[in-house]
Design a binder for this molecule. Structure first.
Ligand code: SF4
Length: 505
């Protein structure tokens, strides 16, 4: 061979690769590099998903006439590439610019060493090229501005220069709680095939101490299966996605969410395929409301792209940000799922079992609790990175350090995402089954979110400041009696002490 192309495990879709690759059919190099998968204790289902998808992709490429070099190795993949390049001095290697910082550093080194034998191709898995936008990332530049520009650029949900329906954003229609007994469609689960079973065995053997288990694996691992899941989401859940986007319900980790992020994040599905299918369905079907389709497009064309640009603009310094100087360890329940708090148990269980929980559980329960217990945001960030099937640093880091924990001090978000138990009670059925009492504000059996929240408002009042003035919440806190404030402080102290000792929290 005189030409080879490296395809990383999160770039497995040839439709976005340059035309010459389709025409010339160079050698495709796919590497399972175990050290990369050991940098964190990644969920066994995440490893199974990524590596089984990579193996399925290799088989597919091979049956489409591509020569494929597939290697499973205990070496770093750049070492494998060096061996290949040293073994064949005629070979020229191309790679697509990785989304992840560390991979990019490794491949830059390789490029330096082999100079004109190694070529970088721009990353074309995203709508927006970060180089066109990243200079705008600074406090005050919000996702909403970027999103409107992207709507105009793509023409998605636009009537000429005007947004479909007259509004850019229908978020206020997307905050309904789920009526009791509401019918929730059963999502498709795939049985693992021989390739996946083999990967599960390998993961159990090579990564025994990692988070979670391989059993009951049900994710799609090929483009064909991922496309089936896209169809199913459009047909069965898109209509209710909008109204119940922020809702939570016991034993329903997916509700009406698409669950398609793992597939977008390794390339099995492309972000524009999902947006365009949703828009097409909205145009054809009167039962799909504008707030559902706009909410989905905003998540993908808005948030997902915006956090990708933020990552490019803020790395690598942002990895160490900790604006509020929190230094507690992540509570042990994030590993075990054992807690008396029903909302936490319900949000952790699907992560431990399947490496998944939906957006609002991540934000308003798991991140919220981490903030309120003064957990080091970098520990939370790490946990999200290894515990979720859809996790990659470029998407997790901005969402955790930028948005949910306010660790960057306000570049991405205007305030920390924290709330009392009232919000969880309003948006879910969790509190009814909880050992703690949502109506009690302080004391041993009071909902911990209640006093932790007010203690946070008191201690972090600067983060709530609005243009140099106290925020509404700080003023509310100040109106409480001294006795009440004392009870909030004592309950918080007792709870945090208990949490450290891992007793009955
Ligand atoms: Fe969570 Fe508090 Fe509700 Fe229990 S009472 S489920 S801890 S919000």
């Amino acid at each position: 061979y005189d030409k080879a192309v490296l395809i990383l495990p999160d770039q497995i879709n040839l439709n976005v690769w340059p035309e010459w690759i389709h025409d010339e059919k160079p050698l495709l190099i796919l590497i399972e590099s175990y050290p990369v998968h050991r940098t964190l204790p990644y969920h066994k289902k995440r490893l199974t998903y990524l590596l089984s998808s990579l193996r399925h992709f290799a088989v597919e490429c091979s049956s489409n006439g591509f020569p494929v070099h597939y290697q499973s190795t205990d070496q770093h993949y750049d070492k494998v590439l060096k061996d290949i390049l040293d073994g064949n001095k005629e070979l020229a290697l191309s790679f697509m610019n990785p989304s992840e910082w560390d991979s990019r550093e490794r491949l830059q080194e390789l490029r330096k060493k082999y100079e004109n034998r190694v070529t970088k191709i721009s990353n074309t898995f995203f709508f927006a090229d970060p180089d066109d936008w990243k200079q705008k990332i600074e406090p005050g530049y919000r996702m909403e501005y970027f999103y409107r520009d992207m709507r105009k650029k793509t023409g998605y949900l636009m009537n000429g220069d005007e947004p479909e329906g007259g509004e850019w954003n229908y978020d206020e229609n997307n905050r309904e709680s789920l009526p009791s007994g509401y019918d929730i469609p059963e999502p498709t689960r795939f049985q693992p095939d021989d390739i996946t079973l083999e990967v599960m065995e390998m993961v159990d053997e090579k990564f025994p101490d990692h988070f979670g288990k391989t059993d009951h694996f049900y994710y799609a691992t090929s483009r064909k299966q991922a496309m089936e899941l896209l169809d199913e989401f459009i047909d069965n859940r898109l209509d209710d996605f909008g109204p119940y986007e922020d809702a939570m319900a016991s034993d329903e980790p997916l509700l009406f969410h698409s669950g398609l992020s793992p597939y977008m994040n390794n390339g099995l599905l492309l972000p524009w395929e999902i947006c365009e299918r949703a828009i097409e369905a909205y145009r054809e079907n009167d039962e799909i409301p504008i707030n559902s389709v706009e909410g989905l497009v905003r998540q993908i064309l808005g948030w997902r792209e915006f956090v990708h640009i933020y990552y490019e603009a803020m790395m690598p310094e942002v990895r160490d940000t900790n604006f509020m100087n929190f230094n507690e360890s992540l509570p042990k329940m994030y590993w075990s799922g054992e807690t008396r708090m029903h909302c936490m148990k319900q949000s952790l269980k699907p992560v431990i079992e399947q490496g998944y929980s939906h957006h609002i559980q991540r934000l308003m329960v798991l991140s919220n609790f981490s903030n309120l217990t003064k957990t080091d945001p970098r520990e939370l960030n790490e946990w999200f990175r290894f515990a979720y099937v859809d996790a990659h640093e470029w998407v997790v880091l901005p969402n955790v350090l930028g948005m949910s924990t306010f660790a960057d001090g306000g570049v991405l978000a205007s305030k920390p995402y924290v709330s009392s138990g009232n919000y969880i009670n309003k948006m879910s059925d969790y509190c009814k089954s909880c050992e703690y009492s949502i109506s009690k504000k302080t004391g041993e059996d009071a909902c911990p979110f209640n006093y932790l929240y007010w203690n946070f408002v008191d201690e972090q009042r600067d983060a709530f400041e609005e243009s140099g003035r106290n925020s509404f919440m700080v003023n509310m806190y100040e109106k409480k009696s001294e006795e009440n404030k004392e009870a909030i402080r004592n309950s918080t102290e007792n709870f945090l002490e208990q949490l450290k000792r891992y007793k009955n929290s």
